[in-house]
Ligand binder design. Structure first.
Ligand SMILES: C[S@@+](CC[C@H](N)C(=O)[O-])C[C@H]1O[C@@H](n2cnc3c(N)ncnc32)[C@H](O)[C@@H]1O
Length: 299
């Protein structure tokens, strides 16, 4: 593959890393890496934590890149003053090859237990599962969803709590992680859709690697036939609200809709956006600044 990525490196005060990382994940649709800036021995003297860290995000180098870069610069400029007096450095952009992007991720990715039985494990790491464990093998690829992001974890936990899930629709499947988990949890049929054809390709490869059968497609949500016992969508709050009617239409009577990708401060906005759908909000779970909403359809 000759694909390249624009790696955007932002040096920010260490205390601002989480805020910026979440912003970059949302904006790029991909994971970020965080590493310590190399400092000289004088500046490190007597310091436990370096004061500045570098957050790296990965963007497709397309026509929207300039606009996204401007948004990153604006975000840093507006938020950095809350974390210290030093003026923030301008983010740097480096073009990197796809292979390097994937390799860089390896050091940040290790077996992770999520919920009671699900374990996400990179292919290269040895892991001894418990008898009840449902292991998903996953290498960081070009699609969002390695299980390291709270929005994915919240979705997986909510899904596992539903028990054997029946037919499942995964909207914005990314790496296919939720689709694979649904299948491992005993779903009778799994459909995953994504607007990004590359993500669908990655999801197909991941499903094949895990022996999972799922129908993976770029068919828009509104055109997917049928209804599902569980519909999952880990997408941005704005998209969830825009898609509220289509998402609701896919939930079978008595079924569940799991919405993730919602910043806690955006919870009321999403709840408002789903108020007219007739679905009942059954549970809200949170991790850090992320929320996941579980809705139920009437029987
Ligand atoms: C945050 S990732 C979620 C990936 C994975 N489901 C997870 O939970 O980790 C969001 C995914 O939704 C896709 N997406 C965004 N808008 C979409 C839409 N309107 N319909 C389908 N997929 C969409 C993106 O391409 C991306 O792969």
């Amino acid at each position: 593959m000759n694909k390249t990525w624009a790696e955007v490196a932002c040096e920010v005060p260490a205390a601002m890393v989480d805020l910026l990382a979440d912003f970059l994940v949302e904006l790029s649709g991909n994971g970020v890496s965080i590493d310590n800036l190399e400092l000289d021995t004088f500046s490190l003297d007597g310091m436990d934590e370096p004061p500045v860290k570098t957050v790296r995000a990965y963007f497709t180098p397309d026509a929207e890149l300039e606009t996204k870069l401007a948004a990153v610069e604006r975000f840093i400029r507006e938020n950095a003053p809350d974390y210290g007096d030093a003026p923030p450095a301008t983010p740097t952009v480096t073009t990197i090859r796809e292979e390097d992007w994937a390799t860089g991720w390896r050091q940040h990715f290790s077996p992770t237990r999520i919920g009671r039985r699900l374990v996400i494990k990179p292919t290269w790491e040895p892991f001894a599962p418990e008898p009840e464990d449902l292991v998903i093998e996953l290498d960081p690829g070009m699609a969002f969803g390695t299980g390291t992001h709270p929005t994915t974890r919240l979705c997986l936990e909510a899904l596992e709590k539903l028990g054997r899930p029946g037919d499942v629709l995964d909207v914005g499947t990314g790496s296919g992680i939720l689709a694979m988990a649904a299948s491992k949890l005993g779903a009778s049929r799994v459909v995953g859709t994504d607007i990004d054809p590359d993500a669908v390709e990655v999801a197909r490869e991941n499903c094949a690697m895990n022996g999972v059968t799922a129908e993976l497609t770029i068919t828009p949500l509104a055109d997917i036939p049928g209804q599902f016992a569980v519909v999952l969508a880990n997408i941005l709050a704005e998209d969830l609200v825009r898609m509220a009617a289509d998402l609701t239409a896919k939930v079978a009577p008595g079924g569940a809709l799991i919405l993730s990708g919602i910043l806690v401060e955006r919870e009321p906005y999403v709840i408002d956006g789903f108020a007219a759908t007739g679905l009942a909000l059954a549970e809200t779970t949170r991790e850090g600044e992320w929320s996941c909403l579980l809705y139920r359809a009437a029987k």
